[in-house]
Design a binder for this molecule. Structure first.
Ligand SMILES: Nc1nc2c(ncn2[C@@H]2O[C@@H]3COP(=O)(O)O[C@H]4[C@@H](O)[C@H](n5cnc6c(=O)[nH]c(N)nc65)O[C@@H]4COP(=O)(O)O[C@H]3[C@H]2O)c(=O)[nH]1
Ligand SMILES: Nc1nc2c(ncn2[C@@H]2O[C@@H]3COP(=O)(O)O[C@H]4[C@@H](O)[C@H](n5cnc6c(=O)[nH]c(N)nc65)O[C@@H]4COP(=O)(O)O[C@H]3[C@H]2O)c(=O)[nH]1
Lengths: 154, 249
């Protein structure tokens, strides 16, 4: 049991980092997309963007169901640091100096690069879920036939 | 931190310029997507996720205002704590758990506390219903209505001392790990939790194990145990209440 748990804990540690970097990157992409849209419409007002944050950042959420809930913790995982550094590098390489001065084409290019990286993170995340859920199912089987119990965890 | 942001913090430190502040909020706003996404897990469907984001943005503004770069803490780490706290505080202010459900939960917890003292173990549904002068079906209906599946539901009731909350989820998930940098309080909390978990019913232990230690969804735990959806919610809620009662002693 120990071995299976350790393998899964390692995957979960990595997944926590990937999921964190993924959600933060998704938020960033969606904000840049709204900014690009506004650029094309000619207006560029930061304050209205801030007022729209709830709509932009909760865009993909649908009503939750307590039965589909999973125990989650809310923290900044260490494993995210490496990924965040890679994302920062993409942004730095785009060479845009500040939010106001970005050229629309450069901005569109940056969004595309970030979206490619987001798809990479989502793919990594799916693979980690597959592995985590496989290791978990192995443990659950052992709960069912008595080879594992909560007691051995305490 | 990319170059652009470091420059923003530098300008904000020199002069609290509202426009620089807005750019900082915009830069770190994605953190709110992460926190609101996770605090939103397991919430009743009546809670609007966009509201969680707007509560979280308040917390982010607060974090930017109060952040002291000299302290050597990463801003993201500081901000995530403040954003989460702000969402939970704002939820409580709008009474996201109806008062009637909240007061009923308190009665049930008081009854659990009494029976745990009396018998040294978690009560069965029948014992608890009798103590509360309810039919077992009435008790089970009440428990099914109190889904303790979200961070906010688990988090908010554990106000201890001067306002620091014990994140029950983290503590439970960490129960099996020995953390080097554990504080005395955390170690004490874990000891209490371990002591209580072994006094729960067999089935409650299994639910806690599969949900907190093995990372399953409640629906998946219900499938493994072969119980209905509302029954798994009840077992989970009652097990969490027994743990909370222990921690609040
Ligand atoms: N309940 C739940 N469902 C999940 C979760 N993760 C993935 N899914 C489901 O699986 C689909 C594919 O996810 P993906 O491969 O990560 O692929 C995702 C991801 O690459 C990206 N994406 C997801 N959310 C956002 C977002 O808010 N902003 C941006 N820019 N991209 C997003 O778009 C793709 C499609 O997203 P969806 O249409 O939402 O479709 C999602 C969603 O239905 C989860 O943690 N919880
Ligand atoms: N072992 C395992 N773990 C899983 C699986 N799906 C998600 N998780 C993990 O469980 C957390 C909560 O997922 P959720 O309840 O669906 O709650 C999700 C969901 O409501 C939403 N979300 C995330 N990605 C997507 C997406 O692509 N599309 C949609 N529509 N919603 C998403 O944000 C919330 C938080 O997402 P995260 O921070 O990524 O945190 C996720 C992720 O770390 C899975 O199939 N197996």
């Amino acid at each position: 049991n120990e071995q299976v748990r350790r393998a899964r804990a390692e995957c979960e540690r990595e997944e926590a980092g990937v999921s964190y970097a993924r959600r933060v990157l998704q938020g960033r992409i969606d904000l840049l997309r709204v900014e690009l849209e506004r650029r094309h419409e000619g207006g560029h007002d930061l304050t209205t963007l801030l007022a729209d944050l709830p709509r932009i950042l909760a865009s993909d959420q649908y009503p939750s169901d307590p039965l589909q809930a999973r125990a989650v913790n809310v923290s900044v995982p260490e494993a995210a640091e490496v990924l965040e550094a890679e994302i920062d590098e993409i942004v730095d390489r785009a060479g845009l100096d500040d939010l106001g001065g970005r050229d629309a084409d450069d901005l569109a290019q940056l969004i595309e690069e970030l979206a490619t990286y987001e798809r990479y993170l989502s793919g990594l995340r799916r693979q980690l879920f597959e592995r985590i859920d496989m290791l978990r199912d192995e443990l659950v089987q052992r709960y069912k036939d008595g080879r594992a119990s909560v007691g051995d965890l305490l | 931190m990319d170059r652009e942001v470091r420059a923003l913090w530098g300008r904000y430190a020199d002069a609290r310029d509202p426009e620089v502040r807005e750019q900082l909020i915009l830069h770190y706003a994605p953190l709110v997507k992460y926190v609101a996404g996770r605090v939103g897990v397991g919430m009743p469907s009546s809670v609007d996720h966009a509201d969680l984001v707007s509560y979280g943005v308040f917390g982010l503004m607060d974090a930017i205002e109060k952040f002291d770069p000299g302290r050597g803490v990463k801003f993201e780490t500081y901000a995530v704590t403040r954003i989460r706290g702000s969402i939970i505080d704002e939820l409580r202010a709008v009474d996201w758990v109806p008062r009637s459900v909240r007061s009923q939960a308190r009665k049930i917890e008081a009854a659990i506390q009494h029976l745990v003292h009396l018998r040294g173990r978690s009560p069965t549904d029948e014992e608890l219903a009798e103590e509360l002068d309810l039919e077992v079906s009435e008790l089970q209906d009440a428990l099914a209505r109190m889904a303790m599946t979200s961070v906010a539901a688990l988090d908010e009731t554990l106000h201890v001392g001067d306002g620091d909350r014990i994140p029950l989820v983290e503590t439970l998930q960490d129960l099996t790990a020995v953390l080097p940098e554990e504080s005395v309080d955390d170690a004490a909390t874990k000891a209490l939790l371990r002591e209580m978990i072994v006094r729960l019913t067999e089935r409650e232990q299994m639910v806690l194990g599969l949900y907190y230690f093995e990372g399953m969804t409640l629906a998946q735990v219900g499938e493994v145990l072969g119980v209905t959806e509302s029954r798994i919610c009840q077992i989970h809620t009652k097990a969490v209440m027994a743990l909370r009662v222990k921690l609040l002693e």
